[in-house]
Ligand binder design. Structure first.
Ligand SMILES: Cc1cc2nc3c(=O)[nH]c(=O)nc-3n(C[C@H](O)[C@H](O)[C@H](O)COP(=O)(O)OP(=O)(O)OC[C@H]3O[C@@H](n4cnc5c(N)ncnc54)[C@H](O)[C@@H]3O)c2cc1C
Length: 423
């Protein structure tokens, strides 16, 4: 049965050059990139803090930005935000990388661990300073389409339902919700059972005081505890798509009940939960079926339309370039995505969705949006040399150096390094 919407008059707000829907790290990077190109940009976020999974989802680790041999691969805004993540809160960047790329080769990888809440505060400060308009606590519900052109977005917020016209819309909802509703073909992922929060205990607090290190005060608690490969996914339990309200609610209810079961008999005066994820820890929900879909077999392949080189967070040496075509679909002239809904499949989806590449694609989507507005061309046909040159100016490495591709004689190529946990 269908419920036809009743006729209502919807207030129309002022025109924005670009609207970025979703303030995770990809959306933050996209909005920043648009603002730095001198365009008027509005960032919409349904939660009350910026950062998405990387803050309110409590994922507080920038996975490696280097190849596992001491060569930095990911630069640009990803490095800028990595440094910002540790600017005000507790921090961990390995000694070797504290001052950038080390002079000597090292197997230690370039990562950062940070306080998620303090990173979120720093993101708001940065975007405000750079002139990005932010609306919190508002849900972008629907693109208003005219054939393959998006006129703007409908929003639900405290103010009710409103229409925001825009020149270009960047969907960084993480789930490609808006591009899906615009009619762009999409692909759904399969998600395992994960729900990890942060705790403090008296014992940890004592250790922290002794060592004078607040990080030691924190511990973790979990409902589901599955990693990206599905290890620890309860036997017989369904997989989650994260694309319907029932599925997301089921995921959260099962996880919350399991977590409570685990802690209900603990000593109540010796521990507390300080934060639980306030967005579901779902990894690969929905992505666009873009003009190109990146695959694991594209490892070491150069693309003419590369928007940046990335490394693999687990396997040293493995390098990829992300084609611009993973963010767009021909026929939709002013819609683009970034972050974990970029078009990549299988293990390549995992490599592309993590924090540094999500920032990289956000930065590129923002730069492409600004360029498309200036030239008046459809976003899927922006001039690529010009886009690449603007990204290079912003310190993005477009193509990896072939000298970094290991020869057949390198026996440990692609070996797994440190285990970084849940990812
Ligand atoms: C369990 C788990 C462990 C992980 N571990 C790591 C790790 O250790 N290191 C790492 O680098 N990566 C890790 N990742 C991956 C990484 O955290 C995310 O893929 C990355 O942060 C995605 O960023 P994003 O901006 O694309 O999307 P998201 O972080 O999902 O951001 C989307 C944002 O859009 C908002 N939004 C959604 N819909 C709307 C709407 N309709 N209107 C307005 N706002 C909306 C959301 O509230 C959110 O803020 C992990 C992910 C999971 C789930």
């Amino acid at each position: 049965m269908e419920c036809m919407e009743w006729k209502e008059s919807i207030p129309v707000k002022g025109y924005r050059d670009v609207i970025v829907a979703g303030g995770g790290v990809a959306g933050v990077a996209a909005a920043l990139s648009v603002a730095r190109a001198g365009k008027k940009v509005l960032l919409l976020e349904k939660a009350n803090l910026l950062g998405g999974l990387a803050t309110i989802g409590l994922i507080n680790l920038f996975v490696p930005m280097c190849n596992g041999r001491g060569k930095q691969i990911i630069f640009g805004m990803a490095e800028e935000l990595l440094r910002l993540s540790v600017k005000y809160g507790y921090d961990f960047i390995p000694e070797e990388w504290k001052n950038g790329e080390p002079e000597q080769p090292t197997n230690v990888r370039y990562i950062a661990r940070y306080s998620p809440q303090i990173f979120a505060l720093a993101l708001t400060e940065l975007l405000q300073q750079e002139g990005v308009e932010i609306l919190f606590d508002c849900l972008a519900t629907r693109p208003v389409m005219n054939a393959g052109h998006c006129e703007g977005l409908l929003l639900e917020s405290k103010s009710g339902r409103e229409f925001y016209p825009a020149g270009i819309v960047i969907d960084t909802t993480g789930d490609a919700d808006l591009l899906f509703r615009a009619g762009i073909p999409t692909v759904q992922g399969k998600n395992y059972f994960t729900y990890v929060g942060h705790t403090i205990t008296l014992e940890n607090c004592r250790k922290a005081v002794e060592a004078n290190d607040i990080r030691l005060a924190l511990g973790s608690c979990a409902g589901g505890n599955a990693d990206l490969y599905g290890h620890n996914h309860p036997e017989g339990m369904k997989f989650f798509s994260g694309t319907t309200v029932e599925d997301v609610s089921d995921f959260l209810i099962r996880n919350q009940r399991l977590l409570l079961d685990r802690i209900r008999n603990e000593n109540r005066t010796s521990r507390d939960i300080v934060t639980l994820p306030t967005m579901p820890q779902l990894r690969t929900t929905r992505r666009i079926d873009g003009d190109y879909t990146l695959l694991e077999s594209d490892k070491y392949r150069h693309f003419e339309d590369s928007i940046g080189a990335i490394c693999d967070f687990e396997r040293r040496d493995f390098l990829y370039e992300i084609p611009f075509r993973t963010l767009v679909r021909t026929g939709y002239d002013n819609l683009i995505t970034a972050g974990r809904s970029a078009s990549a499949d299988g293990y390549a989806w995992d490599v592309v969705r993590v924090i540094p590449p999500a920032i990289l694609t956000g930065q590129a989507a923002g730069a492409a949006a600004a360029q498309a507005l200036e030239t008046g061309c459809p976003i899927y046909s922006v001039d690529l040399p010009r886009l690449q040159s603007s990204l290079e100016k912003a310190r993005v490495m477009i193509h990896f150096d072939d000298a970094l591709v290991p020869g057949a004689d390198r026996r440990d190529a692609g070996s797994r390094g440190e285990d970084f946990g849940h990812i």
